[in-house]
Design a protein around this ligand. Sequence first.
Ligand SMILES: NC(=O)C1=CN([C@@H]2O[C@H](COP(=O)(O)OP(=O)(O)OC[C@H]3O[C@@H](n4cnc5c(N)ncnc54)[C@H](O)[C@@H]3O)[C@@H](O)[C@H]2O)C=CC1
Ligand SMILES: O=C(O)CCC(=O)C(=O)O
Length: 528
Amino acid sequence: MAINILISDSLSEDGIYPLRQERKLDLNIVIDTGLTPDELKVKIKDFDVLLVRSQTKVTRDIIEAADNLKLIGRAGVGVDNIDLDAATEKGIIVVNAPDGNTNSAAEHTTAMIMALARHIPHAHMSLQEGRWDRKKFVGVELKNKTLGVIGFGRIGQEVAHRAKGNRMDVIAYDPFLTAEKAEKLGVDFGSVEDVVKVADFITVHTPLLKETKHMINKEIFSLMKDGVRIINCARGGIIDEIALYDAIVEGKVAGSALDVMEEEPFVGNRLLKLPQVIATPHLGASTIEAQESVAVDVSHDILSYFNIGTVRNPVNMPSIPKDIIAKIEPFFDLGEKLGAFVSRLSDAAVEEINLYYAGELANFDVRPLTNNTIKGLLKRNLGNHVNNVNARYLAERNTIKINEHKTTTAKGFLNSIAVELVTATETHKVTGTLLNGLGARIVKVDDYVIDVVPEGHLLFIKHTDKPGAIGRVGTLLAEKNINIATMQVGRSNQGGDAIMMLSVDNHIENVDFLKAQENIFDAKTIDL
Ligand SMILES: NC(=O)C1=CN([C@@H]2O[C@H](COP(=O)(O)OP(=O)(O)OC[C@H]3O[C@@H](n4cnc5c(N)ncnc54)[C@H](O)[C@@H]3O)[C@@H](O)[C@H]2O)C=CC1
Ligand SMILES: O=C(O)CCC(=O)C(=O)O
C-alpha cells in the first residue's frame, strides 16, 4: 500500500531527494503549501506522514482529524508549532532535525550581533535615502565586551564559539551547564541573574517552554546593565515583548536584534517602529545548506521508520543511541509477548506494572523496551490503538504505575525480563529470556518454572495435582479435535496447586468445558 506524504511548508527539493529516489517503499509525495487550517484538517485524513517547517501549525484539531497519520516530520529544531501531547495521545511519532540548521542559526545570530553593534541596517537605509550620515551611526566594538548566552545547547555554544573569535568574554546559563563543561568550553557560567548583571550583549537560545516563556521579563531587565543589547534568534515569547519595548523606550536597552517574535508574521509589530530595533523575518535557518540538511535528516527518519521501525530523532519518544538500540532490540518481541501473556492472567483492573530487567540488559536504557512491553500488555483492552509512542501515556491516563527494576545478576540466564501485573486483588509475574541460538522462552509463570516458546496458541490451566488430570485434559481436547503440539507441567508441591501449559494447533474459542472439570480451577487461552 502506498505511504502518502503531505509536505505543507516549502522544503528544499534537494533535501527530499532521499524520498524521491526511494524504491523499496511505495511513496506518494504531495506538496501543498499555503493550506488554511480548515483545508489542512480535511486534507490530512488521507495522509500517513505530514512534513512541515515552522509555518504549518499542527494543532490538536488537525491531529484529531488525521485518521491515518503515523509520523509528523519537522524539518528544523523547534516543535512548538506541533501539539506534541495530542500527537503522543494518538500514537503519532514526531521527529525533528536538531542538528541540520545549528550552524546557520549561529551564523545568523552572530550577524545580528554585529549588525546591531554597528547599525548596519539603518546606515544602509539612510544611504539609500540619499544621506551621508557618519555621526549618527557610531557603533561599539565587540572586543572585550561580555556576551551573555541563555540556553547553552547546540546553537548557544556555536554562538559563544564565534563570540570568542571576536574576542568577547562569554558567560552562559543553562540548567545542564556544569563547571567542568564551562571550563572545557572556555566560558564563565552562573544563574540567569548572574549572566544578565554582567553582560553587554544578551542572546537567548532556549526552546519556548512553559519555563522559558517570558523568562526575560521586567524584573530581569531591571537587573541588566544600562546600554545592554538584546538578541533573540530562538523563539518569540522567551523575551516579554512589552518589557522589552519599555526597556528600550526608557533607555535601559540600547538596541535589540530580533529574528522571532511572539506572533508571526510580525509585520506591523510596534517594536519595529523603534530605531533601536533591527529585525529579520525568522531567517535563522534560511540558508540553502541548512534547508537541504534538515530536509535530508527528516527524510531519512521517514524512510527508517517505515523500513525498520526506528528513528534517529524522535521528539515524543526516548532517543536512544544506535548501539544501545542494537543491544535491546532483540528483546522487543519477547517483551511484547510477555506483556500480552501476563495481561491474560487477570481480568481485574491493572494498577501497577513492574518490569524486572536482569543480566546485561540492566546496563542499558531500556525505556523503548518497556514501552513495547506495556504495549503488549495494554493491547488486550485497548486494541491496536496502543503503540510504542502512546503506550506509557495510555498507562498513565489509566492511572497505572510503571516501575522499572534492574539487576545485573540474572539467575540461570544471561538476560531475563519479568513482567509483573498488579491488581487490587492479585499479582502475576511472567519471566522470559532469549536462549542463545534457540530464541525466546517463557521460563516462569508466577512461581512455576516452565520452558515454553512464546508463540501460537497457548492454553494455560491451573489445577490440583491429582493423578489423571493430565490425561483428562488430553482426552477432552481430543474430543474437540484439538491437537496438542507441546505440553509442560509444573506444581508447587505433591497434591498441591499445579499448572499445565500447552501449545495447541488452533485457537480455542471457549474453555468452559475445561473449567467445568472438578480439579481444574482456571483455564485461559493465550494467542501470541
Ligand atoms: N531562528 C531560527 O530560524 C531558528 C531557531 N531555532 C531555535 O533556537 C533555539 C535553540 O535551538 P538549539 O540550540 O538547536 O536547541 P538545543 O536543544 O540544542 O538547546 C537548547 C538549550 O536550552 C536549554 N534550556 C532549556 N530550558 C532552559 C531554561 N529554562 N533556561 C536556560 N536554558 C534552558 C537546554 O538545556 C538546551 O541546552 C530553539 O528555540 C530553536 O527552536 C533553531 C534553529 C533556527
Ligand atoms: O523552518 C524554519 O525556517 C525555522 C527554523 C526554526 O525556527 C527551528 O528550526 O527551530
